[in-house]
Design a protein around this ligand. Structure first.
Ligand code: 9MR
Length: 374
């Protein structure tokens, strides 16, 4: 056993002490199960959760890495064009270091203006706007990726730049000024600023016939990047399954959907890219009200999806978008018709493990071994 692992285990035990009596799994952590197969398991974490000792202790116990949920986005980091605020991201980085956890970066550019810096759409780029926009983007990436170059092991360089409706690149302020070159600039600058970090394109293309245009658009983007020699290491598959935010709810991973999804993942693998599941959760918006039945449906859908994905030895990390239901973004998005709280994550609101946790553990146990990324 390596020294790093024993230090992590010691730290996890001290974290578990902070759980203050919340129910804890009597078995190995999800990250320990993942590691046996060369994988890592982690979660998104908001800086606000640092004050929640029970929850942050559970994260330190179950996870091998965290990713800031919002704290590295332009709208948090860039209160104005001139100023950076690293406070919240630095607090999460410190937590990761103290607990011996890895740290992922999300995201150097979320190429959707509605989730960008508030001031950007009205920004005056002056008489040579294209040059000014390129400079701003490069400065941003150099500053942010450079700051965490020794800690962040993989970066979502670009998040969600493919329009699911058309498969084309989204029209954004920076995209209109720089054209498709915007994407290349981001990857090249990230490589220069953080040469050791793996560079990832992250998006929410999903399984299901409705998602075919999105999948096709992502493949086209990746093919272009590879053809131009852009330094990209992996595709981040967000893995928000269950549908239901702006698409039809999906309760099953049908044989036809599995076939089409495999064809998509095979193409990505064929380009020599690794894979991550970066934001896993199961939207239970249209599942039964009864808790036991709902949890069973969530777990079954998750297990089918994870089993297929873990079959790919290119899959190196699995991160959930929140470890407990009270921290899930889905609570505030497209509510259930019956108004009941959603149950999309592995732990309930009282931090008790649910069948989804068991499904993830079972999928890791059944997964083939792979060469680790770390
Ligand atoms: O979970 C995040 C939520 O707290 C934010 O309000 C929202 C907008 O910044 O982003 C959510 O996270 C998204 C992630 O950054 C990218 N993929 C989709 C996630 C859920 O919307």
């Amino acid at each position: 056993m390596s020294q790093a692992i024993s230090r992590r285990q010691a730290l996890a035990l001290s974290g578990a002490a902070a759980l203050c009596g919340a129910a804890r799994p009597a078995e190995e952590s999800l990250d320990a199960l993942a590691r046996k197969k060369g994988l890592r398991f982690g979660t998104a974490m908001p800086a606000g959760a640092l004050a929640d000792a029970g929850y942050s202790g559970l994260i330190a116990q179950e996870c091998g890495l965290i990713v800031p949920e919002n704290e590295l986005k332009w709208y948090v980091l860039r209160p104005s064009a001139e100023r950076f605020d690293f406070g919240p991201a630095d607090r999460l980085a410190a937590f990761a270091r103290e607990r011996g956890l890895g740290f992922r970066g999300h995201t150097l550019l979320w190429n959707r203006d509605e989730y960008g810096a508030k001031w950007l759409p009205a920004h005056d780029f002056g008489s040579r706007p294209r040059e000014a926009a390129g400079r701003m983007l490069r400065d941003h990436i150099r500053t942010v990726a450079g700051r965490y170059a020794n800690q962040i092991d993989s970066w979502d360089v670009i998040n969600e730049t493919v329009d699911p409706a058309t498969g084309e690149l989204r029209a954004t302020v920076l995209g209109k000024l720089l054209g498709p070159e915007l994407i290349d600039i981001c990857f090249h600058e990230a490589k220069a600023a953080a040469p050791k970090a793996r560079l990832v394109y992250n998006d929410y293309m999903n399984f299901g016939a409705e998602e075919a245009t999105h999948r096709k658009g992502v493949l086209k983007l990746l093919e272009g990047l590879k053809a131009r020699g852009v330094p990209i290491d992996a595709l981040g598959i967000q893995g928000h399954i269950g549908g239901g935010v702006d698409s039809t709810p999906v309760a099953r991973f049908s044989a036809a959907d599995q076939r089409d999804w495999r064809a998509f993942v095979d193409e990505v693998r064929g380009m020599g890219l690794d894979l991550l599941i970066t934001e896993f959760d199961v939207n239970d918006r249209a599942m039964p009200a009864d808790t036991a039945r709902r949890d069973a449906e969530v777990a079954a859908l998750a297990k089918d999806f994870l089993d297929l994905m873990l079959d790919y030895r290119e899959l190196k990390q699995v991160l959930v978008w929140g470890l407990a239901d009270r921290y899930s973004w889905l609570q505030g998005t497209a509510p259930r018709a019956d108004g009941l709280p959603k149950r999309p994550t592995p732990y309930d609101t009282d931090l008790k493990a649910k069948p989804l946790r068991a499904a993830i553990a079972a999928a890791f146990r059944a997964a083939p071994e792979r060469r680790t990324w770390a």
